[in-house]
Design a protein around this ligand. Structure first.
Ligand code: WTA
Length: 642
């Protein structure tokens, strides 16, 4: 690697001793010339029971990869390693908020997964059955996921920061047979009573046969007739469970994510294509080697955790750190302390956490030995150039390249990023650089035509890639409509982007009603239905405004029902209602009570008008923004709300 001073120039460029873009350009060109051949080569890095007959079956917009092939995800993460000298290597270093540590070797993980797979089987779970997992960030969470994969069951992890309504909606949509949870989790020193949330939710979920409860926090819980303790079940479980060979196209999991419609969408990922995409991108982007200790700070409840805590690092036989807790509790130093303590070599975190840490200045990170780090990564939201610079200088000491990785729940794995495993190219703070090899991304205008350099447009993907979602659970029509109807023949992710003169890609935020609050993806309409589920609220409109730490904060405009007058008490009660139904991550920062909501003639809420009002923009700047709204309508609405 080149010397520190060579990596970065104030011009906004990183310099290294390679011809920028040449090796990457070559690999990417070859990949796009013969994508099927290229992806088949990547797929050969996995362990298959049976090789595929066809690399890609593309019936737009449905892509099926490695058709006829058979494999098992848990074999790729575990069995392949226990036959080699990786067997006794540490797979997971777990750390809790107060600094307690647990480690699991590949063999120990393998044993636990096999035993738990037998537990699930003994409860009647089989191939294709759905299992909802609502757990804190403890090793039993990946154990549960891999156990599902081992028997061909489909896991559906619900982020433990969500509350009962969110859990009910997701478990009902998936028609899960089992919920796996824990007595409680810990965050910011506080107990999160997960089992209690499950108990509240259960009467509204008819499909559940059993609830498996892990003893984690030690809090008192009531055990009903369907409830079983994890440790009791594991006690008698057999140590080996033969892996179920599943078709490459068999669903590995459902992960619910927010879109522009009221209900969360069940993004469904397959097995062979998804794992191929992850194996390849982890190799290219992070360039895992034997000595690496990978620290991805995401929660497994989101896609980053699924892909780059559970499946990718374990397939590679890497050692990884898994952290349960907040980045700033008990002190605003947790990530740095963990890097020092365990010698993390790669740190993959969010711009939100970086912005939070940056506020505390350099003294805190400078008091830790961060010299083990060799590579830094970010994900989840656009990163401001000044935050990028702070990461580069204060954390990476100007010698660690930064990979700004852009992707989505739907894409399965990283789509845009520098690929240090191929070559470290000149970097620009705030740019995700280029598509990874084999991904055909472009920036287009409203008509789907590529825009010239420097022009804002929509990012699209022009051909299928292996990590692409199979469909939305139980809703092919919605899948077509959400992702494939805006531009003919192109996947529409919903983000604005720009390509600069050098061909670098810049992501410019969401083009739709999806919010990114502290990196968490939330849909305005899902939040609105949570507001109107409160007895005093007739109508709700949710928007956001920029926030220096969280990226965006939630603003709600509420119309009270007849007979209810708004007050500070009501506001407090409604905020509590949102926290209890959706979860604390959805806490609104501002709540306004209004008599009516601004709507277009066709009845659509003028969210952008609301956003402009919340942001203090002038009326003149916004009159052209509202689709189908007459200027005087917008003006009237503005006056009504002012
Ligand atoms: C945003 C998270 C800018 C984007 C992996 C995308 C980003 C949404 C970046 C997906 C990035 C993710 N730069 N924006 N590097 N990475 N995003 O499904 O708006 O939770 O569409 O997946 O996050 O969020 P999701």
């Amino acid at each position: 690697m080149s010397s520190p001073s060579k990596l970065y120039e104030e011009s906004g460029r990183i310099k290294v001793n390679v011809t920028p873009g040449r090796r990457l350009e070559k690999v990417s060109k070859e990949a796009l010339a013969e994508p099927e051949k290229f992806w088949a080569e990547q797929a050969r890095n996995l362990v298959w029971f049976k090789e595929w007959d066809r690399v890609l079956d593309w019936k737009p917009p449905f892509a099926r990869w490695f058709v006829g092939g058979q494999l098992n995800a848990s074999v790729n993460c575990l069995d392949r390693h226990v036959k080699t000298d990786t067997k006794n290597k540490t797979a997971i270093i777990w750390e809790g908020e107060s600094g307690e540590t647990r480690t699991l070797s590949y063999f120990q993980l393998y044993r636990q997964v096999n035993k738990f797979a037998n537990v699930l089987k003994s409860l009647g779970v089989g191939k294709g059955d759905r299992v909802t997992i609502y757990m804190p960030m403890v090793p039993e969470l990946p154990i549960a996921m891999l156990a599902c994969a081992r028997i061909g069951a489909i896991h559906s992890v619900v982020f433990s920061g969500f509350s009962s309504q969110a859990l009910v909606d997701r478990a009902n949509d998936a028609q899960s047979k089992i919920i796996i949870t824990a007595d409680g989790g810990v965050r910011k020193g506080r107990l999160i009573e997960l089992k209690k949330v499950v108990d509240e939710s259960l009467p509204s979920i008819q499909s559940i046969d059993h609830v498996i409860v892990l003893k984690r926090a030690g809090n008192e819980v009531g055990m009903g007739p369907r409830d079983l303790w994890w440790h009791d079940l594991m006690e008698g479980a057999k140590t080996y469970c033969p892996p179920e060979p599943v078709e490459s196209t068999h669903p590995l999991y459902i992960l619910y994510t927010s879109g522009t419609t009221g209900k969360p969408k069940g993004v469904m990922h397959g097995t062979g294509g998804y794992l191929t995409h992850l194996y390849a991108t982890a190799k290219w982007v992070f360039d895992f080697n034997k000595q690496d200790i990978f620290f991805c700070t995401a929660d497994i409840g989101w896609v980053t955790g699924h892909s780059y805590i559970v499946y990718a690092p374990l397939m590679h036989g890497a050692t990884e750190i898994m952290y349960e807790g907040a980045p700033d509790h008990p002190r605003p130093d947790r990530y740095w302390a963990i890097v020092e303590k365990h010698g993390a070599t790669i740190l993959y975190m969010t711009p939100t956490a970086l912005r939070m840490y940056m506020k505390y200045g350099d003294v805190v990170p400078n008091s830790f030995d961060l010299s083990s780090l060799r590579l830094l990564g970010t994900v989840g939201e656009p990163i401001n150039p000044e935050v990028w610079m702070w990461y580069f200088k204060t954390i990476g000491k100007e010698i660690c390249p930064i990979v700004d990785t852009w992707w989505q729940t739907e894409t399965g794995g990283i789509m845009l990023s520098m690929c240090t495993g191929i070559e470290t190219i000149p970097m620009k703070p705030g740019s995700a650089t280029f598509p990874v090899p084999g991904v055909d991304a472009a920036v287009v205008d409203e008509n789907g035509k590529p825009v010239p350099p420097g022009t804002k447009g929509y990012i699209v993907v022009r051909r299928p890639w292996p990590g692409m979602l199979l469909t939305l659970w139980g809703d092919d029509e919605k899948y077509k409509q959400v992702y494939w109807s805006k531009f003919a023949g192109m996947y529409y992710p919903g983000d604005y982007a720009m390509i600069d003169q050098d061909g670098y890609l810049w992501l410019l935020g969401r083009a739709d009603d999806v919010l990114k609050v502290a990196g968490h993806r939330l849909g305005t309409m899902e939040l609105e239905s949570a507001f109107v589920s409160h007895k005093a609220i007739a109508e709700a409109a949710v928007t956001s405004k920029p926030n220096n730490t969280k990226g965006e904060s939630i603003i709600a405009f509420l119309v009270p029902k007849e007979g209810f007058t708004h007050s500070d008490d009501m506001r407090t009660e409604i905020v509590a209602h949102i926290r209890n139904t959706v979860g604390p991550i959805a806490t609104p920062d501002e709540v306004y009570f209004v008599n009516k909501l601004p709507k277009t003639r066709s009845g659509k809420i003028m969210r952008r008008l609301l956003k402009s009002i919340a942001c203090g923009d002038k009326i003149g700047d916004i009159t052209t923004l509202e689709d189908g709204a007459a200027i005087d309508e917008v003006k009237q609405a503005y006056e009504d709300l002012k």
